[in-house]
Design a protein around this ligand. Sequence first.
Ligand code: ZN
Length: 109
Amino acid sequence: MAALARTPEAQLTGGDVPKESRVRNDSLRIRILQRIDLGRLPVFIPGTVQAGYGAGLRCYACGDSITRSQIEYHVNDPSYGPPMNLHFDCYFIWQTECVERLRGTSPAA
Ligand SMILES: [Zn+2]
């Protein structure tokens, strides 16, 4: 039942972006930062990202499964390893951190 919507780029239609997730973002962020430090998550900005609903696969960032009611981001950049599936939240946190690290760690402005 892997009916992923194959959109060519990150393109979320509909207003289904989770907004209630700010509270758990702190602990989630810590988990993701640890993964980056351990080398389990690469630091890069993917060129191709697809968005769809989860298919029960494990999130590359937090390790939890992405249920079919959750938004899944699918990153596929062969130059950085195997394809990765991430929760919307995890993807956002991961990319925010990547941007900061690639920029030189110091918070902008
Ligand atoms: Zn996740």
